[in-house]
Design a protein around this ligand. Sequence first.
Ligand SMILES: [Zn+2]
Length: 294
Amino acid sequence: MAENEFSSFAETIASLGTLTKIESAVSTAIKTSRVPAKETRKLLKCMSSQEAGNTALFQFMRDLFEKVGFGQIELVRNDIFRYDFAISHSPVCKLYPHVKGKKTCYITAESLSQFFTKDLGLPGTAEEIACQNAGDKRCEFAISLQPLAVYQLALDSIDKSIISGIMEGQDTKKISESLDMEVNEILFRMNILKRYKILDDRYGMTEIGETYHKYGEGMGGEEEDFQPPWKDMAIISNAISASTSFAEAFTETTSREPLWEVQEKDIVNLADEAKKSKSFAELLSKQVKSDMEE
Ligand SMILES: [Zn+2]
């Protein structure tokens, strides 16, 4: 028998059923979880992954991903344009029990990218960089964010005033007076600007900083303020459950009354085919159609 992701038809259907459920849960979760800019900014300003892991936003994200069926997500690295997440004992991995030496969790990667792009307003691409099914200790995902979008969200009007002050040659004390803020608070913000390469080690303007000052000042505009989605967690959970029971009903019908004869060639590389399809539901319907045509 050829080497398959799945060993039998029943297992294929069971795995696809679970994937369809996860996919439907993800799409509902993303639709209901837009995060206000000021909360995303708190995450972007964190100096360590531990600090970032404690933000309300990350905790919400962890709950959301767990509800959807991805297991426990951890934040392991936060560079300014790159965030790495890890999942130990990923439930997605277990859907491919016969895979050896291959990464399988593209649905998790894709969902991370969607969450950042659609809910946080930070366009990014995600890649699975380690996978338990490929022999790694746990699954790891790297998300790379579009730098301009990060700058646009990370810096607020106070940061912009500090940058202007520095450009005008003001010292920290002068800046703190004109903004009516504590020197310590200004220094705290200046360290974040340093992390973002706006300021150099001696708190002078870098080339990036000058470019940002020149072109980035008017960037962004008015921010929409609304309630963060974690205030409505119950509503989100209900919506997720409703969407997964719909998917469940759909796949139960499919597995009880197989509409087509599955050939071994059809289940080979099903995972690869899935990557090309927009959704697992689409994949299922493609499969049904192609078999009916034969
Ligand atoms: Zn994996």
